[in-house]
Design a protein around this ligand. Structure first.
Ligand SMILES: C[C@@H]1N[C@@H](c2cn(-c3ccccc3)nn2)[C@H](O)[C@@H]1O
Length: 446
């Protein structure tokens, strides 16, 4: 039976407005994790921190006060917002999510509500404004990452156990609201907020406050996109409320992992945020373990789009503001592939077809084109495709060579082989299927 909720989800099903439809079509995005943590870069006094570099403050290898004093070392002489935006543009990213404030509480904008901001660093200047302007100019929509958990604020609590906790946290809640209204006011072109640091009990207990704050933000900025990670319902349920309905406009549960089948996404919009190493968001001098290749990341992008989501690849700029060469190289490699194959990624969605071994189907939104993004070319050169009844293939061709039609062979009812000789090269490629629904003479489409 349905549970009565005041602060659960306020919408069933996907948003249908054009801002969200544009978001749905992005396909590929860039995440930027940048802040004081980029200065130590996962290392202190020659010792390496084993965790994620942006969490180095939580390590006992560096005194908290020493970490907090890094504000006096923030002077990114090589910071160039246009270079960051150009890197994203070259990669083919359609949106960027930028850390305005991570868990350490350092603000990349000159907030009026704390002194722990760029304004009180040697750099002095706002970082967010030039970034938002540069990405806007590049035609890349900006989403603001905001960590509710703020280790620098005296009112932050992991849980509320005493009267003192409660009083302190009330102040913290007002501070949080003030900063969010401040961000939406200072950067009005931002399309959404990507919330993090909302899993602790203190915040989970704020169902009413967070619900009211979300309502206030949506009123201030109509169309604002807010994910499932911002608030809990009054039963303490996060991402999905006590009736198992998604909270917010899209699902934010896919952090460093991908869904495997369409059932995993429950008919919701979603994005996957992904690191290049196994688990480093902020700059880490010593990238250890498996560093994902361009082809792996292209496959994750295609897989995300094939399952109705977006793929957001993380960059962790250095403390001096420069983007490291390995990340620049990946952006270039991915961008070279996107230049040829972007039609199969942008404004595409789940095709509703049975997954085949050769790779992933995507479908152009509102069109009759199917895309086969091939990662595992079959030795037979025969690509299996199962279509719904009444749907036929009018044309098949490799996206890179549109004038060379490929032969299609119906091997069973609604099941085809697309024949394509083994390709040279080690790059994933795309086959396009133009389709048509057969109809009876009354024009009904089945
Ligand atoms: C988007 C990513 N989310 C932040 C994070 C993840 N986690 C975390 C904490 C406990 C278990 C699993 C993940 N804590 N903070 C990372 O620091 C990065 O910002």
């Amino acid at each position: 039976a349905k549970i009565e909720l005041k602060h659960g989800s306020h919408r069933i099903g996907k948003r249908t407005d054009e801002v969200m439809q544009k978001w749905r079509g992005y396909g590929l995005g860039q995440f930027i994790h940048w802040g004081l943590y980029a200065i130590p870069g996962g290392e202190w006094n020659g010792k390496q921190y084993n965790g994620a570099a942006e969490w180095i403050r939580s390590w006992n290898g560096i005194p908290k006060s020493t970490y907090d004093s890094l504000i006096y070392k923030f002077n990114p002489v090589n910071f160039n917002a246009d270079e960051w935006a150009t890197t994203a543009k070259q990669m083919g990213a359609k949106y960027v999510t930028i850390t305005t404030k991570h868990h350490d509480g350092f603000c990349l904008w000159p907030s009026k509500y704390t002194s722990y901001t760029v304004a009180n660093s040697p750099w002095k200047k706002d970082i967010m404004k030039p970034l938002v302007d540069a990405y806007d100019k590049a035609g890349i929509d900006v989403i603001l990452y905001f960590s509710v958990m703020d280790w620098n604020h005296p009112g932050w609590r992991y849980d509320i156990k005493t009267k003192e906790d409660s009083v302190a946290f009330e102040g913290f809640k007002q501070f949080t609201r003030n900063q969010l209204i401040e961000l939406l006011t200072m950067y009005p072109t931002a399309k959404g907020l990507w919330f993090d640091g909302t899993w602790d009990k203190s915040w989970v207990k704020q169902a009413e406050f967070a619900d009211q704050l979300e309502t206030e933000m949506r009123k201030l900025r109509p169309g604002l996109i807010i994910g499932s990670r911002f608030r809990a319902d009054e039963k303490g349920k996060r991402h999905f409320d006590a009736n198992n309905v998604l909270m917010g406009d899209y699902e934010q549960g896919w952090e460093r992992k991908l869904p495997n089948k369409i059932e995993d996404v429950h008919g919701n919009d979603w994005d996957c945020v992904m690191t290049v190493p196994e688990n480093q968001w902020g700059y880490n001098k010593a990238w250890k373990g498996h560093i994902k290749t361009a082809n792996e990341l292209i496959e994750m992008t295609a897989k995300s789009v094939s399952l109705g989501g977006n793929f957001v690849l993380n960059f962790g700029p250095q403390g001096d503001g420069a983007i490291r060469k390995e990340e620049k190289q990946l952006a270039t490699q991915i961008g070279n592939w996107m230049k040829i194959n972007k039609e199969a990624i942008y404004n595409c969605q789940y095709a509703g077809l049975e997954k085949q071994d050769w790779g992933y189907f995507t479908k152009k939104t509102g069109g009759n084109k199917l895309y086969m993004v091939v990662f595992n070319a079959p030795v037979s050169g025969a690509y299996r495709v199962k279509l719904p009844a009444k749907m036929g293939i009018t044309k098949a061709y490799a996206l890179a060579t549109p004038t060379q039609s490929l032969s299609t062979e119906e091997i069973h009812t609604n099941e085809y082989f697309i024949h394509l000789k083994k390709q040279g090269g080690d790059q994933p490629f795309v086959i396009v299927l133009e389709t048509k629904n057969s109809s009876d003479n009354s024009g009904n489409v089945y």
